[in-house]
Write a protein that binds this ligand. Structure first.
Ligand code: MTE
Length: 309
């Protein structure tokens, strides 16, 4: 266990390949574990390989990551997603990929996953509300998927949408946001190797409250850019509308890169509270681009980061 968080060993290393289960078996198993009250993952299941992009910061516990969530489709309370998200049907799951691509279509989750090697990416995660976690995601680079469907030369942005299903997502009966939840990236941001589609965490399939079965993770941007439970990916020529920007453009920009020097109109972004540290834990300084400055700063050369916040 001592080496667990180093880049050379992860959950997959302790399980032989033959022991991996089918996705349906995994989902059934995960359900059983939840009913049995098991606090954390008991078995390695997805077999993700370690990545050089992982931080060696200590990950939050399974409990922290799956019980303190923002997923407004299930309510606005931090504990609403964990309470209600088990109702969401995630199998079968289809992602429509359309717009300026060579091979538009409706892709099943299994089509998307076919032939991919899953990586474990232990990333810092910083919410715009000024709390943070370290999360051992499992996923693959969005670039791999975009390359497979063929991005056309006129495409400049990628737009994402979450599922709309008020029967299973009680928060969608309220107009807190204009559903579906929408997000977007500039194409070069989407193609950056740090940008992943995550399908699990702690080498387990993605818990529903964290955005099962497939979500975006962009670690240098505020957490709201990392849209959950994606059903549509569209390549566009124009900057797409995004939910929080539509809801309050003054407070939430399209870029939303983590930046300790640009405060939210209602609070400072200079420091953050790492979830799980207890009531009296000291706040920690927020890092430029959430600590990924060396990797991503060049994407914004020549841009005023206060204007394009
Ligand atoms: N995606 C959807 N569809 N709906 C949401 O409400 N909340 C965002 C983001 N993605 C949200 C979403 C916000 S504000 C944050 S901080 C992260 O998800 C939280 O991710 P986590 O619960 O896995 O930590």
């Amino acid at each position: 266990m001592a080496g667990r968080w180093k880049n050379d060993l992860n959950w997959s290393d302790v399980t032989p390949k033959s022991a991996y289960l089918t996705r349906r078996q995994i989902m059934a198993g995960a359900g059983a574990a939840a009913i049995g009250g098991i606090a954390g993952p008991a078995l390695a299941k997805l077999g993700a390989v370690p990545s050089a992009y992982s931080t060696d910061a200590e990950p939050n516990s399974w409990e922290d990551i799956t019980s303190y969530n923002n997923f407004y489709e299930f309510g606005t309370g931090k504990d609403d997603p964990a309470k209600y998200a088990d109702k969401l049907t995630t199998d079968p799951w289809t992602v429509t990929i359309d717009g300026l691509v060579d091979a538009p279509g409706d892709y099943s989750f299994d089509d998307i996953m076919a032939g991919l090697t899953l990586e474990e990416r232990i990333y810092r995660f910083r919410c715009v509300e000024a709390w943070s976690m370290v999360i051992p995601w499992v996923g693959f680079e969005l670039k791999d998927l975009l390359d497979r469907v063929g991005v056309q030369p006129d495409a400049k942005y990628v737009a994402f949408e979450t599922l709309v299903r008020p029967d299973e997502m009680p928060g969608q009966r309220f107009g807190v946001l204009d559903w579906p939840y929408r997000e977007g990236l500039r194409l070069d941001e989407a193609m950056h190797p740090l940008t992943i589609m995550a399908t699990g965490l702690y080498d387990e399939p993605m818990p529903n409250q964290n955005g099962a079965p497939i979500r975006l993770v962009v670690p240098w941007k505020y957490g709201f850019k990392s849209i959950k439970s994606i059903v549509r990916i569209s390549l566009t020529a124009e900057e797409p509308p995004t939910s929080w920007n539509m809801s309050n453009a003054r407070e939430y920009g399209f870029y939303s890169n983590v930046n300790p020097n640009v405060d939210h109109p209602r609070w400072s972004q200079a420091t953050e509270r790492k979830v799980g540290g207890g009531l009296f834990a000291r706040r920690i300084p927020t890092l430029m681009f959430n600590g990924y400055e060396a990797e991503v700063a060049s994407l914004y050369d020549g841009m005023d980061l206060a204007e394009f916040y």
